[in-house]
Write a protein that binds this ligand. Structure first.
Ligand code: AMP
Length: 470
């Protein structure tokens, strides 16, 4: 099935890296750092390396291993940027793989983007009226063209001027022959951090797990609205824009980021553990054990067990060679992989009342199948506990939470979802409980639009269709 809004390629989940490391093996470091970010995108990958004169860009479809099969960049260089991408099916084409490359008045420029712009159609239209042509359907190319067509004098001014014209979520790594630049949008929707490599160079990455993968030391998060410029003279910083509030994506903590990453000072694993503790406080039922939906439910289930005093017991085993169910282009393949991916442990389930902890319900496809698997494996009762509130609204900032027509909580009440999934009870974490667990009780720092429909930026209605009423 295709859908016009998806064909415009506006919804993506991605990871970015950037390396400035003269004298170090930047290609291998970039490859390893991207590998650590594979969970952020499994559909395509790209890596660009520069020696100052040339940029060698290699990209391909599939997991990093497949994407760079026989094709890793070979240019010895001092800087690199890379990207992993998952896009919804309408835009999964080779041409859309990042990083993307262009020439401008200062030479070659290469850009990788994590996030999603909410006004890219308007930006594209304006650029097209100025005679600019597009080779891809991505909002990333709109940003690159803004930079290329900018009349500002320096590359940094061109970038700053361009980014003031866009709205939405963007973390960028940008490379020219003589510098590496990292930028985070003024709301700080997506994560971006800066680290020091063992050879004295620098790394920018979506998550700290990429720094760990190459033995780099964490320096700090890139601040919302900040541009970090790295060149032969070291690191400089410049604030492009600020906003009265921040909007870090709370879903990074709930599901998307790797649990061993630390984002904006908060450990993802600890946030999930606290979500689980809070969930247990809100649970009023009776059960014999707590089991996670692996892997993303594990930390929350451990927190639930610690708080409730119930034993933590594995009930499902994951075939680790199957990818994330969502990161497949259609519903049919998503359904087939659920049973390939998770199998129940009958000995742990026979006649037991099970609290099954998962991070979120999106379409309900996985959840219904899991509950039925547990029942068939002998569970007497299944109490499905979710460490996030109901997802009622789509994300326009770079995470595929599906269209509202597919979001089960946009269409049904909690009681109806419980019935549809076949659970004995269904508990969603409360929004105050969620916000307390992520240290933002006043909702001043985090974006919770997928739970509330309150979008921190203007969302162009034509470009980003709003959810239909349930
Ligand atoms: P479903 O049963 O179809 O609602 O799928 C929910 C499962 O998908 C949960 O177990 C989550 O771990 C996972 N999930 C939630 N959000 C996403 C997302 N944006 N991309 C991929 N997987 C997701």
């Amino acid at each position: 099935m295709t859908h016009p809004e998806l064909e415009s390629g506006w919804r993506e989940e991605c990871g970015v890296v950037g390396l400035w490391a003269p004298g170090e093996p930047v290609t291998s470091l970039g490859y390893l750092a991207l590998f650590a970010l594979q969970h952020r995108g499994q559909e395509s990958a790209g890596l660009a390396v520069t020696d100052g004169l040339h940029i060698d860009l290699e990209k391909g479809m599939g997991l990093i291993r497949e994407a760079f099969k026989d094709r890793a960049p070979t240019l010895p260089g001092h800087a690199a940027i890379g990207h992993v991408r998952y896009s919804t099916f309408g835009s999964s084409s080779y041409a859309n793989i990042q990083p993307i490359l262009a020439s401008f008045s200062g030479g070659l420029i290469c850009l990788a983007h994590n996030g999603n712009l909410t006004n890219s159609r308007a930006v594209r239209h304006r650029l097209q009226q100025q005679g600019c042509t597009f080779q891809t359907t991505t909002d990333t190319e709109a940003m690159l063209n803004l930079i290329v067509y900018s009349q500002a004098q320096t590359v940094e001014d061109k970038i700053a001027e361009s980014l003031r014209q866009v709205e939405g979520a963007y973390c960028l790594t940008i490379m020219t022959g003589d510098r590496l630049i990292g930028v985070r949008d003024p709301y700080g929707f997506r994560p971006l951090c800066l680290g020091r490599t063992s050879g004295g160079g620098y790394i920018l990455a979506s998550e700290t797990c990429a720094l760990d993968a190459i033995g780099a030391d964490f320096i700090r998060d890139v601040a919302p609205g900040e541009m970090v410029i790295i060149d032969r003279s070291g690191v400089r910083s410049r604030i492009i824009e600020t906003r009265p509030r921040l909007a870090h994506c709370v879903f990074e903590y709930i599901y998307f980021a790797r649990p061993d990453s630390v984002i904006d000072g908060l450990s993802v694993w600890q946030a999930r553990y606290r979500l689980g503790r809070q969930l247990a406080r809100e649970f009023t039922g009776q059960a014999d054990l707590v089991a996670p939906v692996p892997d993303t439910g594990i930390a929350a289930a451990l927190g639930f067990a610690a708080e409730s005093g119930l034993p933590y017991i594995e009930a499902l085993i994951k075939n680790r060679y199957v990818g994330r169910t969502f990161i497949l282009p259609d519903q049919a393949s998503r359904q087939a992989t659920v049973s390939m991916k998770l199998n129940p442990i009958r000995a742990n389930l026979a006649d037991r009342r099970v609290v099954l902890v998962d991070d979120s319900i999106v379409r309900g496809t996985t959840s219904a199948r899991l509950i039925s698997l547990l029942r068939k494996a002998g569970a007497r009762e299944v109490h499905f506990c979710i460490s996030s509130p109901p997802i009622t609204d789509p994300c326009f900032y770079g995470i595929d939470t599906a269209r509202s027509a597919e979001l089960i909580a946009a269409l049904k009440s909690t009681a109806e979802i419980k019935e549809a999934l076949g659970a004995d009870s269904l508990l969603y974490l409360s929004r105050p409980g969620l916000m307390a667990a992520v240290d933002d009780p006043g909702e001043k720092n985090m974006c919770t639009a997928c739970f509330s429909g309150e979008y921190p930026t203007a969302v162009d209605e034509a470009e980003n269709p709003r959810p239909e009423e349930p």
